[in-house]
Design a protein around this ligand. Structure first.
Ligand code: SER
Length: 317
């Protein structure tokens, strides 16, 4: 990776991935791509190049890739699961029509491409315990449908045109810097904000509902490590299961309460979020990622909780 374009650099993952990539590859080699209305600010804008990179505009993408001699694209443009249900056409336009534009530009300019998939690519028919790498994927959300299509279209461009497409299936991602927006797993971020603000947390996900989650440093590590992996070792290319922790609301609540003894939580289950959560794995099996590119996370629930609380105390006070 010499010159990298991050599409969606102001989003939940993009904002932190852009910073991390700049630390590794140098500020001038990482372009913060954005859409008008979501311009980068502060360090993200000042530390390195920034450019409009709208996945719905093929010419715009081609111009940026040419101008900055891009060889690697991180395509993070997407609507999350809950918001996508209210805007399915837009979710498809960004997720799939946009991906098509990204892959075409990559084919023309010989770029490697990372476009994340998700636990949302699974559905109610998927085995929920230790969900295998290769298994039934019949999601019923537009988010999930677009993520399965992302995996298949990325594989197609790899097999048919030799484009170096690689990706992982992200769990719910937890970070203290940029908030997620409109996802089913957002509660696992919001709960820390409530704890630090000294507020009771109203939990939209029901007791006992397990989902895979991951702390942002591990998510960034996965995204970078898969793109750096030795291609000769890869059997799969797109949609690697990556796991680090799996918990239900009562478990993360207890983990926080050990540090904040007065913390309280009450359930007010949101039916849409709950039905989506129940259709996703309880826990994924990430053996293929561990075998093919040495994936190994650094954070468990306790280590993440200590770090999240420390950073949010700084941020909020
Ligand atoms: N965090 C995403 C969501 O909840 C799942 O990948 O929509």
């Amino acid at each position: 990776m010499k010159n990298i374009l991050v599409i969606g650099s102001t989003g939940q993952i993009g904002s932190e991935l852009t910073r991390r990539l700049r630390e590794i590859y140098g500020n001038t080699h990482v372009v913060a791509g954005y859409i008008p209305g979501a311009e980068p600010k502060g360090e993200l804008l000042e530390a390195g190049p920034a450019a409009v990179a709208d996945v719905t505009d093929a010419q715009c993408l081609s111009d940026v890739v040419t101008k900055y001699e891009i060889d690697t694209i991180y395509n993070l443009a997407a609507l999350l699961s809950v918001v996508a249900e209210s805007r399915p056409r837009l979710a498809w336009k960004i997720g799939i029509d946009g991906l098509w534009n990204v892959l075409e530009v990559a084919r023309e300019h010989n770029c490697a491409v990372f476009t994340p998939s998700s636990i949302g690519s699974f559905g109610a028919d998927t085995p929920h315990q230790m969900t295998p790498q290769d298994t039934i994927q019949r999601p019923r959300t537009i988010y999930g449908i677009s993520k399965v299509t992302t995996e298949l279209l990325s594989d197609y461009y790899h097999l048919k045109y030799g484009v170096d497409t690689r990706s992982v299936r992200f769990p719910g991602i937890i970070s203290y810097l940029t908030l997620p927006g409109g996802g089913t797993t957002d509660y696992a971020v919001d709960i820390y904000y409530s704890a630090v603000r000294g507020e009771k947390f109203i939990c939209p996900i029901g007791q006992g509902t397990l989902m895979d989650m991951m702390y942002m440093p591990d998510a960034l590590k996965a995204a970078i490590q898969i793109m750096e992996a030795d291609g000769n070792r890869l059997v799969h290319h797109n949609g690697f299961n990556v796991a680090s922790m799996s918990f239900a609301p009562e478990t993360i609540f207890e983990a926080i309460k050990r540090h904040k003894p007065d913390f309280e939580m009450e359930y007010q289950v949101d039916p849409l979020r709950q039905s989506i959560a129940e259709s996703w794995p309880d826990k994924m099996d990430d053996t293929c990622a561990r075998t093919e590119w040495d994936w190994k996370p650094d954070f468990d629930l306790e280590a993440m909780t200590v770090d999240m609380l420390a950073h949010l105390e700084q941020k909020i006070k």
